[in-house]
Design a binder for this molecule. Structure first.
Ligand code: HEC
Length: 704
């Protein structure tokens, strides 16, 4: 698409008004509070991008994925290491200036996608939320700020007005800071029991709680009737884990929420479940709801809103409209008026099929935007089955014919329901970039089908699930370690068979109770349940049952009929490649003024297939793009470990280079002493990629 003269003229107004995008530094997560991922820098541009060189590499320490989008303020680059230490570097040289190691281990489990900067006079802070703690660190030294919380730390869990106990709460993405108010993101359990996804705001100076917004409304609050009357006491989820955006002038925070727990079976949450799967617009000062839009009612597909929305000023029928654009895992873009919440493109109500899982209720109608068109394919039909090899095609066809596949909203089923695009999108936490010059939105997507298969926990495996250990396993562990204890190598979940040589029973119980790295803590389970689940994975429970020797462990909870899914399973062929024809990963440019896709290209490929001549397939991807005034889109995100620059007007690939590990993160760009840098975290550690710990900076050769 060509940049029309009108756009160029209105551009100046846009940029001036909104301060859209990042200037010399990258002061905010994803560039600015509008989350445009846009930089006004143009030293690196389409003409010279090929000359980019590595300026420095920082080894952050540890060996795990890094999803962090670092920020750059006053010459320092702030990020987190593979082990979730917060650090500051000299942004020009990559030399470490300070490092903060969280004092409690819980903060180091889960990812941390970035930190925030806040300043008032000479008080300059880095705010990092990790685990269930918020840390206030002096920006210059990394020392905790004693006036914040207790010794610089606030325990998010203590701010709820409902008993949270040992339930998991972990902040993985930065929220926003509005004036003196910090609003945090939380990840909670997706199975039951789970903490509620209430939105919490704190005084950034003192750490005192300022407000709480109940995403599972209490009696008398708007939306309470979209749940069973007592649900607010027990139900969980409806949390914002993915990040937020802020209209600073208006003081409105935009909050995308995820599904209610348990994700795939909701007999105990009959109703639409406000404010799960919503775009929420709240008054940032008070937490008062201004408007909301629910994208999925009574979610049964884990369709969390996966990324902070992009705040843009559109040009619709010659009129400027301040808009908010929200991408989804399903590959849609919803566009609303920022103040009123009015949809700016028509949204269709579609009939949705009923569920035949006993006890389940599926919403009879769901919403789908008519414009822009989806940026990922929607319906896995037989003509989309892989053509990679005849055996692959036969293998997939056989499975597909036994499964349920539909355009959208086919409920979970015992035969297996095809989720396409999959549980990780479509769109994911990498989010979208928007160029305020053209109102083009750039979004990367995966096109991997997944299979959602349900089974009866209480009856499954010939009644075995009646046993406490087996049931505890099914409700808490199966998602990661698999029905057969074999784990999931693609997601780096280890097998847990034959562990007796490695651990004593007590050590295993401690591990389950406390968690370790990405293995969550299960301290909310009863001690009997922990012991029983450990006996189950060691095969002791079954052995005891067979010989009838051991006394069965007392059942601590009444056994109600319950259905689980068998795991987050990608739908792949017999060699592990996607069951669907390429593209498997894409990068799209969507014109938000016209509501059309301007271009779409494949993103990444599989090196071994490419070597065999099966090229340009695209690849599954995690992490987002940035767009610059230099005419470029920078993105890594793919397993082939490449970092790429595309022409933002045409989608042409202009430059690519190999990283030390896959860059499952969003880059940033900034200028110091006249030199523009582009930095990306490259630490692999997902979907079978080797793990690392690097941040790599690129720049043009230094002027002599
Ligand atoms: C969210 C995914 C997830 C869930 C749910 C989960 N685990 Fe894990 N588990 C992991 C990961 C990741 C590791 C590896 C941790 C590490 O790298 O230190 C692990 C490690 C383990 C280990 C140690 C394996 C070894 O060889 O060192 C055991 C035992 C274990 N898990 C048992 C359980 C049990 C029992 C449950 C349910 C109560 C459970 N896990 C639930 C992700 C999970």
């Amino acid at each position: 698409m060509k940049v029309h003269a009108v756009f160029v003229m209105s551009l100046c107004a846009h940029l001036a008004a909104a301060g859209a995008g990042a200037g010399k530094e990258w002061t905010y997560y994803l560039g600015d509070l509008s989350r445009t991922h846009y930089s006004r820098l143009d030293q690196i541009n389409a003409k010279n991008v090929e000359q980019l060189q590595v300026a420095w590499t920082f080894r952050s320490g540890g060996e795990q994925q890094i999803q962090c989008n670092p920020i750059v303020v006053d010459g320092l680059l702030y990020g987190v290491s593979a082990e979730r230490h917060v650090f500051a570097l000299n942004a020009a040289t990559g030399e470490e200036v300070w490092r903060f190691v969280p004092p409690d281990k819980q903060a180091m489990s889960g990812v941390c996608r970035g930190v925030q900067y806040w300043a008032s006079g000479r008080d300059k802070r880095i705010m990092a939320s990790m685990g269930h703690s918020i840390y206030a660190l002096a920006a210059k030294t990394g020392k905790p700020v004693p006036s914040f919380g207790v010794g610089g730390i606030v325990d998010i869990k203590k701010a709820y007005d409902r008993e949270i106990g040992e339930l998991h709460v972990g902040s993985t993405s930065p929220g926003v800071i509005y004036k003196d108010t910090i609003i945090v993101c939380t990840r909670v359990n997706e199975a039951k029991p789970a903490a509620p996804g209430d939105i919490l705001a704190f005084d950034v100076r003192t750490g005192a709680r300022k407000w709480i917004f109940h995403t599972i409304p209490h009696p008398g609050e708007f939306g309470h009737e979209t749940w069973p009357p007592e649900a607010w006491k027990m139900a969980g989820g409806a949390n914002c884990w993915a990040g937020m955006s802020l209209d600073e002038e208006r003081g409105i925070v935009y909050i995308p929420t995820g599904s209610a727990a348990y994700d795939f079976y909701g007999p105990d949450r009959k109703g639409d479940n406000l404010f799960a799967n919503c775009l929420l617009a709240l008054d940032a000062e008070t937490g008062k709801r201004l408007w909301h839009y629910q994208v999925i009612r009574h979610d049964l597909w884990d369709r969390d809103l996966p990324a902070p929305p992009n705040l843009v000023t559109l040009n619709l029928d010659g009129k400027e409209r301040d808009a908010v654009a929200q991408i989804t895992k399903s590959g849609h873009v919803f566009v609303f008026d920022r103040v009123t919440g009015e949809p700016l493109f028509p949204i269709d109500e579609v009939e949705a099929p009923a569920s035949d899982i006993p006890g389940e209720w599926a919403a009879p109608a769901q919403a789908l935007p008519l414009k822009p068109p989806p940026f990922a394919r929607q319906h896995f039909t037989e003509d989309l089955v892989t053509d990679r090899a005849p055996e692959a095609r036969a293998f997939v066809l056989e499975r597909l014919r036994r499964a349920r596949s539909g355009p959208a909203f086919v409920p979970p089923s015992f035969e297996g329901t095809v989720i396409f695009p999959g549980f990780d999108g479509g769109g994911e936490w990498g989010g979208a970039a928007v160029d305020p010059e053209t109102d083009l939105l750039y979004v990367n997507a995966s096109e991997m089908p997944w299979l959602l298969t349900m089974y009866d926990v209480t009856e499954g495996a010939g009644g075995l699930m009646q046993a406490v250990g087996a049931r505890t396993y099914a409700q808490n562990c199966v998602f990661c370690h698999g029905i057969d204890l074999k784990g999931d190598p693609l997601r780096e979940f280890p097998p847990i068979q034959d562990l007796r040589a490695k651990f004593s029973i007590d050590q295993m119980c401690a591990l389950v109770r406390d968690g370790r790295n990405r293995m969550p803590s299960f301290a909310f389970l009863m001690q009997e349940e922990i012991e029983a689940v450990v006996q189950y994975i060691c095969g002791l429970e079954a052995a005891a049952r067979e010989t009838g020797s051991a006394t069965p462990v007392a059942t601590p909870l009444p056994v109600e009929r319950w259905f689980n899914h068998t795991g987050y399973n990608r739908f792949v062929d017999q060699d592990g490649y996607p069951a669907v024809k390429p593209p498997w990963g894409t990068l799209s440019a969507i014109d938000l003024n016209g509501g059309e896709i301007t271009w779409q290209v494949t993103l990444g490929e599989s090196p071994e297939l490419a070597a065999a001549g099966y090229r340009n397939t695209g690849a599954e991807n995690y992490g987002g793009p940035i767009v610059t005034a230099g005419g470029l889109i920078f993105i890594a995100a793919t397993k082939d470990e490449m970092f790429r620059a595309f022409d933002k007007e045409t989608g042409a690939l202009l430059w690519e280079t190999k990283l030390p590990a896959a860059g499952y993160a969003t880059p940033c760009t900034y200028m110091i002493r006249g030199r523009q840098y582009v930095v990306i975290a490259a630490a692999g550690g997902k979907i079978g990629s080797p793990a690392g710990d690097a941040y790599v900076a690129f720049a043009l050769p230094a002027a002599k």
